[in-house]
Ligand binder design. Structure first.
Ligand code: CP
Length: 304
């Protein structure tokens, strides 16, 4: 039985197959509308979510299956002290597959060790978010036609932003990509990403605090929210939260075919006036997320 805990749990070839399957589902939804009949997904969300939880639920419904679950730790027996190991043993009796979001890094991995059903990491603390990465890769491929030879700028909270960590790990497997890491010093990407992912593969990267400096070079700009929920004190959050705001004026520095991605939710790091720019890809990224999650469910249930 397979799980998706880390973006590297699927090889590069398997990831490309998933993206291709997602495209086939998008083009031929009727071929798939009954594939998960009588199957259930359990969405166990110990942290808030709009896109990830609801897109997993929409994905399963589109495939003819059903949904059970909870949307906050307080409405589950975690509030009474139940461990994730016990919870997953119980859920394994009710559901065929589960997506888990948890504030603790490694919680979905721990659940997978006790699970009788495939476990999908729907975001664990500031660590990884592999299904957001599938949505990101799908969006980049649809916009740029390839996942290779791209200059990718990642901007904002690169320390706590789990989507950033997962995307760098995954897209580093395609050749010719380089990264511009744009953040305040206190929100730099964790050392393990540099020392265990980028440097061993001789991947070109540079770090800067200037979005204006980076913009003209980029094929992809991946904006992120400063992750208030991961800060130890409100004072630091308030000081750093407006470090980067992408505006129409700044977009004039960028290439005509650059794509702007954001995992969402945004606070104010992309001015809403940018939404009508043809380079803004963040709402189509949300839609792409649903199709890749349909593909993932089918793969993990051995139905495709
Ligand atoms: N991108 C993302 O994970 O969004 P949600 O927190 O709304 O699920």
């Amino acid at each position: 039985m397979r799980h998706l805990i880390d973006p590297l749990d699927f090889t590069k070839d398997e990831t490309e197959e998933l993206l291709a399957l997602a495209e086939d589902i998008r083009s031929n939804p009727e071929k798939y509308h009954d594939k998960c009949r009588r199957k259930k997904i359990a969405t166990l969300f110990y942290e808030p979510s709009t896109r990830t939880r609801l897109s997993f639920e929409a994905a399963m419904i589109n495939l003819g299956g059903s949904v059970i679950g909870f949307s906050s730790a307080n409405s589950s027996s975690a509030a009474k002290g139940e461990s994730i190991a016990d919870t997953i043993r119980v859920i394994s009796k009710f559901a065929d597959i589960t997506a888990i979001r948890h504030p603790k890094e490694g919680a979905p991995m721990r659940a997978s060790m006790f699970s009788e059903i495939p476990v999908i990491n729907a975001g664990d603390g500031g660590h990884q978010h592999p299904t957001q990465t599938l949505a990101d890769l799908s969006t980049i491929k649809r916009r740029k036609g390839s996942l290779e030879n791209l200059t990718i700028g990642l901007c904002g909270d690169l320390k706590f932003g789990r989507t950033v960590h997962s995307l760098i790990k995954s897209i580093s497997r395609w050749s010719g990509n380089s990264f511009v890491l744009i953040s305040p010093d206190e929100l730099r990407v964790p050392d393990y990403i540099i020392n265990e992912v980028l440097k061993p593969k001789n991947i070109k990267f540079e770090e800067t605090s200037s979005l204006e400096y980076a913009l003209p070079k980029l094929d992809i700009l991946y904006m992120t929210r400063v992750q208030r929920e991961r800060f130890f004190n409100e004072e630091d959050y308030v000081r750093l939260k407006d470090s980067y705001i992408l505006t129409k004026e700044k977009m004039q520095l960028a290439k005509d075919d650059m794509a702007v991605l954001h995992p969402l939710p945004r606070v104010n790091e992309i001015d809403t006036h940018v939404d009508s720019d043809k380079r803004a890809a963040y709402f189509e990224q949300v839609e792409n997320g649903m199709y890749v999650r349909e593909a993932l469910i089918l793969k993990l249930l051995n139905l495709a």
